[in-house]
Design a protein around this ligand. Structure first.
Ligand code: SAH
Ligand code: SF4
Length: 349
């Protein structure tokens, strides 16, 4: 597929779109199967040193009460994931790179491995870190890492981030390369429907993911947040429904471009449509991240408005998901890591 064809598919409507979504589902089923894998998401801290212009927990948002879950709370959530046969967890947080933070994550990784007989798979999503830190965490048990590039267009990147050394596009790219070198299964992605973003940018994003030869992708609609600088440009945005439809098109085209990677059904889809994640699974996605963050903290981890499941206990969340996944016609891969087939091939395993 060349760029022009991708742009056309991203814009497709009616019968052309129906065919795209159908084709993507067929390719998914043929190449990665019909199973959905769970990654229990633990948003363990909202303390962040960065000021991304779109994000509700950016450092300068003083309306947020900052928290860091206790070791016990984090380990209990992991134990729940393991006992519930989720097989993997994702530890996500704001970006901090102090020696104390690095050491703490290291400690948690070892504890999680121990409490689960080495069975729980661990993904980290804790932002840009040094090569040494990535290596240390890898050696302590993390084997996947999510770091979205947010936009592969450097100019657009600087429209949605402050223009300073703490938000360098080059450093983000370099971090992705460090992650790959270290041996992680690497996941990245972009926000869809950002102000100033064009179809050409999104087509370039997909080609960027392909060129980087990623193993996993998480991408979802951009959703404005009142307490952020980007909110000023909300009148430039497509309607939420259009951003939602476009996000599904992006997932479908990516599945055609990279048939054997893992693609997550982003939570942001559900902020627009209550059945948003299931719709993504019915198209090309095969990963879902049930929220296991202790309920008391969820209000304070609102990256965007209308974030779903703020008061949903983890047990309830599991039951609700099981029912929804069945409805989407997929099966749940309990007790299986569900590693990216692409990664397995890339490593000749
Ligand atoms: N601090 C880490 C991980 C937490 S943020 C990091 O930035 O990598 C996780 C993701 O949330 C970001 O990569 C971004 O793509 C997404 N996000 C933040 N604000 C958002 C918004 N307003 N709409 C949609 N997604 C958003
Ligand atoms: Fe911090 Fe991540 Fe939000 Fe940026 S996107 S402000 S790094 S939590």
């Amino acid at each position: 597929m060349d760029k022009q064809e991708i742009i056309q598919l991203l814009q497709s409507k009616g019968e052309e779109r129906t065919q795209l979504l159908k084709k993507s589902r067929e390719v998914k089923e043929k190449v990665v199967g019909n199973k959905v894998y769970f990654r229990g998401l633990i948003e363990f801290s909202n303390i962040c040193s960065k000021d991304c212009l779109y994000c509700g927990i950016r450092k300068s948002n003083t309306n947020v009460i900052r928290y860091s879950a206790t070791d016990n709370e984090i380990l209990e959530a992991c134990r729940f994931a393991w006992e519930t046969r989720f097989a993997s967890v994702v530890l996500q947080s704001g970006e901090i790179s102090s020696p104390e933070f690095v050491k703490r994550v290291d400690y948690l990784l070892k504890e999680i491995k121990q409490l689960s007989n080495n069975e729980l798979g661990i993904t980290l999503s804790c932002g840009e870190q040094s090569r040494e830190t990535y290596l240390r965490w890898f050696e302590s048990g993390a084997h996947r890492f999510l770091l979205r590039i947010e936009s592969s267009n450097r100019d657009l990147y600087y429209k949605i981030h402050p223009k300073n050394n703490n938000h360098s596009f080059e450093k983000r790219l370099e971090a992705l390369l460090f992650l790959k070198e270290t041996g992680y299964q690497v996941g990245t992605g972009v926000m869809i429907g950002l102000p100033f973003q064009t179809y050409k940018d999104l087509a370039d994003d997909l080609l960027f993911l392909k060129k980087l030869d990623i193993d996993m992708c998480g991408m979802g609609p951009y959703i404005e947040h009142e307490d952020t600088p980007l909110y000023e440009y909300r009148n430039l945005l497509m309607s939420k429904q259009k951003r939602f439809d476009l996000a599904l098109n992006m997932i479908a085209v990516l599945r055609l471009l990279m048939p054997d990677i893992n693609i997550a059904a982003a939570t942001a889809l559900q902020a627009i449509d209550p059945a948003g994640r299931e719709k993504a699974l019915a198209v090309g996605a095969n990963i879902i991240m049930p929220n296991l963050t202790p309920v008391g903290y969820r209000e304070e981890y609102q990256l965007y408005e209308d974030k779903p499941c703020l008061d949903e206990d983890k047990e309830l969340c599991r039951n609700c998901l099981e029912a929804r996944i069945e409805l989407s016609g997929c099966e749940i891969g309990y007790d299986e890591w569900g590693d990216s087939k692409h990664f397995i091939k890339r490593n000749g395993k």
